[in-house]
Design a protein around this ligand. Structure first.
Ligand code: IVH
Length: 670
């Protein structure tokens, strides 16, 4: 085969497996196999730069920066949708507009209204030639170079029979987990964090430097079409979407065809109840007449079609008043300003505390006690402050917040760490606030899972002098009457607490290690270290180099581990923990217990999960010691099957592999 043929073959292979992954959500090969082929292509292109085309998968890293965005006039305007409150009325108006009798059924395409940025993709004979933002609907911006970095967007359509010209419309968005990561990174670097996934998606797309866009995890779902010049074209929306999907374009897996006003209401309610579990942010649902000929008959009013309606959920933003600004001390001593606000409902959740991230952000926002503010929340991200509303109208006596010079919990001087924006209390375990956070982390669900040991109780136990550190927890059983005598406790609760503490002695080494709260040692690192070293003694004796021998343990984490064990206070704490009566994690020479059914198991995923993205499912499985593989074989322990599973389902059945549904997976993960 000639080198050029080889190059084409590699690109086809990569495009196909990219489609399996991003569109069908059902990869046939492992990430490692994909990466290996990708590097082969990179090597070939390095030898023959003249063969690089913009639709090569290697070009997703992003082209050279632009100085400005060019304007694009949409061939067919990108309309907006009218918001409807009464579905029945709207359904009646559709029926009336079409001259239908009450008996005639109307089928609607029902889709989640994803909170992202609308774009228009232009394909000429199957090649992506231009991507534009919606803009004002008539004129948008050319973001082709930026959009080319989105892995889910095929630069070339798969299959055949593509129209001369095909304009696809859809939503560029960020999943909630990608948003949370971007948000956390911005906060850590002292940058202004994005306020919601929509801003994050739109902002990522509107980067003059496409290489910045390439580093953001953007996704795309189609929701319609613009201009099309095709000889033959489907006459129903769902059929159009199915065809786009065959050609490699991602379509939202939660879209459905429903009937009449009842079907719409039912869909709306089902989506509303799933809102908190979906991997992406939605602000409502969109209902569209499914029959395209009917759409043409219905036409438009002003610039919105009569055939589409948006049904909105309660907004995730609300206004309230700042009642105070507190400074919280975290487990590592980091000081975080938090605004206490008048209780307000934000999209179904009552918010009373809003993080201000750090003092730079606080100064930038210039939030003062008494201010009227807009707050928001997205997914699991802690409620955030959008802005001060009309600061010019605030109480003239309100003063800017002063950055603390001493720790509010222990009075030790506050220090700014070199190269970090965060202020810290450097008092370590001598600071009661840091001790409290360390105990709470130790007891948390994913660490030692001590049920019932929450914020208030830890504070109470500390104030009563019953605990100073986590080792003291295991002594509480000697004084049950003192526990029962605590405010709001009683005998029964005391018994439950002590039982929960006792049962935590069974947690394995990996949880124990995570529970210690060593910086840079998260669940995955803890699991890797536990598996690699097997016992606490072996781990404590390991050098930095030896620690790095464990999979995925880098130099920073290794240094933190060594530093942790070297600190006299920690060494003393561990001595006490390890001297506790032996039952599990703490016996020095006991091998790690891998009693979790997922540990060491090979797991294959197929179909779409409704509450996790594939990447999240993979990360969670791996954290528990499972190996996630792309194909079913005799070694597969479990097949996890989501909605519309692929061919792997039949393969697993044929091989007698145990098949788990999403609920069973969630139970195993929790
Ligand atoms: S259909 C004329 N479907 O919501 C109808 N829009 O104004 C064209 N959106 O900016 C839009 N999810 O980007 C449609 N499943 C969906 C959608 C959706 C989100 C956005 C769209 C537009 C806005 C509505």
């Amino acid at each position: 085969m000639s080198t050029e043929d080889e190059l084409h073959r590699l690109r086809e292979w990569l495009a196909w497996h990219n489609y399996r992954y991003h569109v069908l959500d059902d990869p046939e090969v492992s990430d490692a196999q994909y990466d290996a082929r990708f590097r082969e292509l990179e090597a070939l292109e390095a030898e023959h730069p003249e063969w690089i085309t913009p639709d090569s998968p290697t070009q997703r890293v992003g082209a050279a920066p632009l100085t400005a965005f060019a304007k694009v006039v949409h061939r067919v305007p990108m309309l907006s949708i009218r918001m409807e409150v009464d579905v029945n009325k709207w359904h009646d108006s559709v029926r009336k507009g079409l001259g239908l009798t009450a008996e005639t059924q109307v089928a609607y395409a029902a889709e989640p209204k994803i909170d992202g940025a609308a774009v228009s993709l232009l394909y000429e004979r199957g090649h992506l030639v231009r991507v534009a933002t919606r803009g004002d609907g008539r004129e948008g911006e050319n973001v082709t170079a930026q959009a080319r970095t989105i892995a889910a967007l095929p630069p070339r359509l798969l299959g055949s029979g593509h129209p001369e010209l095909l304009e696809v419309r859809g939503e560029v968005f960020m999943t909630l987990s990608a948003f949370a990561i971007l948000h956390a990174r911005a906060v850590a670097q002292g940058e202004k964090p994005p306020k919601n996934p929509r801003n994050a998606a739109a902002g990522s797309l509107r980067q003059l430097d496409p290489r910045v866009t390439a580093q953001r995890s953007l996704e795309f779902y189609c929701h319609g079409t613009g201009e099309i010049t095709a000889r033959e074209w489907p006459q129903r929306h769902d059929a159009v979407m199915a065809r786009l999907r065959e050609w490699g374009l991602p379509v939202c897996p939660d879209a459905e065809v429903v009937t009449g006003a009842e079907g719409c209401t039912d869909f709306f309610q089902r989506m509303a109840s799933r809102r908190e579990q979906l991997p992406y942010e939605i602000d409502g649902v969109v209902i569209k007449v499914n029959d395209l000929a009917w759409r043409a008959r219905l036409g438009f009013v002003s610039n919105a079609p009569r055939w589409a309606a948006a049904l909105k959920f309660p907004p995730r933003e609300a206004e309230t008043v700042v009642e105070g600004i507190d400074v919280q001390v975290g487990r590592t001593g980091a000081l975080t300003p938090v605004a206490r606000v008048m209780a307000v409902d934000v999209g179904g959740v009552t918010v009373t505390n809003v993080t201000l991230h750090n003092f730079e952000e606080l100064a930038r926002m210039d939030v003062r006690v008494g201010d009227r503010v807009r707050v928001c929340r997205a997914g699991d991200v802690i409620p955030d402050l959008v802005e001060v509303v009309q600061p010019e109208q605030r109480d003239p006596l309100a003063r800017p917040f002063l950055v603390p010079v001493v720790c509010p919990a222990c009075g030790a001087p506050v220090a700014r760490v070199e190269g970090e924006t965060i202020l810290r209390c450097g008092n370590g375990f001598a600071c009661p606030a840091q001790r409290k956070e360390a105990i709470l982390h130790f007891a948390s669900r994913r660490a030692m899972n001590i049920d019932g040991l929450g914020d208030k109780l830890v504070e109470l136990l500390q104030n009563e002098g019953l605990i100073e550190d986590v080792a003291d927890l295991y002594r509480l059983k000697d004084t049950p009457e003192r526990i029962a005598g605590l405010a709001r406790m009683g005998e029964k609760s005391a018994e439950n607490l002590l039982a929960a503490i006792e049962s935590s002695r069974e947690r394995d080494l990996s949880r124990f290690l995570f529970a210690l709260g060593i910086r840079e040692v998260g669940e995955a690192t803890a699991a890797s270290l536990a598996r690699h070293f097997g016992t606490m003694t072996a781990l404590m004796a390991a050098s930095e180099e030896e620690l790095q021998g464990a999979p995925d343990v880098g130099p920073v984490a290794a240094r933190r581990v060594v530093e942790f064990f070297r600190a006299p206070r920690n060494a003393a704490l561990l001595n006490r923990l390890l001297a506790e009566p032996a039952t599990g994690w703490h016996q020095t020479n006991m091998p790690v217990r891998w009693d979790h059914p997922l540990s060491g198991a090979t797991v294959v995923l197929t179909g779409t999960l409704s509450t996790l993205t594939r990447q999240e499912a993979k990360a969670r499985l791996e954290a528990l010691g499972a190996k996630v593989s792309g194909s079913v074989s005799g070694r597969t322990r479990y097949l996890v099957a989501g909605a519309s599973p692929g061919s792997k389902y039949a393969q697993a059945q044929a091989l007698g592999v145990e098949i788990l549904d999403e609920e069973q997976l969630r139970r195993l993960l929790s």
